[in-house]
Design a protein. Structure first.
Lengths: 238, 118
């Protein structure tokens, strides 16, 4: 008879196990998020990462092995980003009307994101490559990684920091915007997209379709601006 | 469904190729998004065709970030050393950026008279 350990070591070699676990744990996390009445700290991305992270550490599985399975989910990120054209088109009329608010909010949001991260980090004694890796943290992962690489940061660390930024943004945005009295879905979504890229955009979609559409635009425009702004601000500070 | 997926992949492919060829700082999928948007403007019937599939895909956007996110396990050492500092930086900076962007948008909506009653 085959033992449980044998079955595990057989499964652990193929992509099926970790692909299945990624979906399963996400579904569970999303259920917990809904059950908790969308309690911010029960963010499904955060819960999934904690759950899968613990599983990897406990079973002694390397991230590379995990990613062999999870890459199929990861791959869909590209087509999904292209698909953001759909909500963008649905809101095209609104977008034309709010070109000026968007331009100003983009400039303000993006500048504050880069500058405040570097200033606070310096105050807390963070320097060198870790500091450089922080600069593009509000841009979407593929762009941020490219920027970090060009400036001499640590691309993989930047990926982790980008992700944490997105989760933090998704967690704090609803309450923060309520406190500030910003109720307009366009303003709320756009600001979250600029500051917290795709994960913020995903959260905005859960709140309202229109917020999601504007978040998608914010994310795209900020990817562009950060690649110009981050090296410039870093240069000014040195 | 397969045709819709093909359309997304095709635009991603065009986006990736153009970004490479022209050395643009934009990621390929973002460029693909802009190109697909322009195509919708020219051919709205294409938008009607793919809307359902794409909306379904986008409703699970959060899931797609999980694989990269699990990569944080590679930095457990650094997180033990500078984790608290990094967390403070990210929370403060993200909160400031969201607040600044949202307030700027809000104020300009008022100035340009584009406010809406929710």
């Amino acid at each position: 008879m085959t033992t449980l350990t044998d079955i595990w070591s057989y499964l652990a070699q193929g992509p099926l196990l970790w692909l299945g676990l990624t979906l399963g744990i996400y579904i569970l996390s999303d259920w917990v998020f809904m059950k908790s009445g969308r309690f911010p700290l029960c963010n499904p991305v955060l819960l999934s990462i904690i759950g899968l992270g613990i599983l990897l550490v406990v079973t002694g599985t390397s991230y590379d092995t995990y990613f062999q399975g999870a890459q199929f989910v990861h791959f869909m990120l590209g087509p999904a980003t292209v698909g953001l054209a759909v909500p963008l088109f649905a809101n095209a009329q609104n977008i034309r009307k709010t070109a000026l608010p968007m331009a100003v909010a983009l400039l303000v949001g993006s500048t504050v994101a880069v500058t405040s991260a570097l200033l606070v980090a310096e105050m807390l004694g963070i320097h060198g490559q870790v500091l450089i890796s922080l600069a593009p943290k509000s841009a979407t992962a593929p762009v941020a990684i490219g920027i970090s690489e060009r400036m001499g940061g640590l691309p993989t660390l930047t990926a982790a920091l980008v992700l944490m930024t997105g989760i933090i943004g998704a967690i704090i945005a609803p309450q923060l915007l309520n406190v500030l009295g910003v109720r307009d879905w366009r303003a709320r979504g756009f600001a979250v997209g600029v500051a917290a890229h795709g994960i913020g955009t995903a959260r905005a979609f859960q709140a309202h379709e229109r917020a999601g559409a504007f978040a998608g635009i914010g994310m795209g425009l900020n990817a562009l601006l950060t690649s110009v702004l981050a090296p410039y601000v870093l240069h000014l500070m040195q | 469904m397969i045709r819709h997926l093909f359309l997304l992949l095709l635009y991603q492919l065009i986006g990736e190729s153009l970004a490479r060829a022209l050395n643009l700082p934009l990621p390929g999928p973002v460029l693909g998004m802009l190109l697909l948007f322009l195509t919708f403007l020219a051919a709205p019937q294409l938008y009607d065709a793919v809307r359902g599939t794409v909306t379904g895909l986008l409703s699970h956007l959060s899931l797609l970030f999980v694989p990269v996110g699990v990569g944080v396990v590679q930095y457990l050492g650094l997180m033990k050393q500078e984790g608290i500092e990094l967390l403070i930086v990210l929370v403060v900076s993200t909160a400031l950026a969201i607040a600044a962007g949202a307030l700027a948008f809000h104020i300009l909506l008022k100035i340009t008279g584009q406010e809406e009653r929710p």
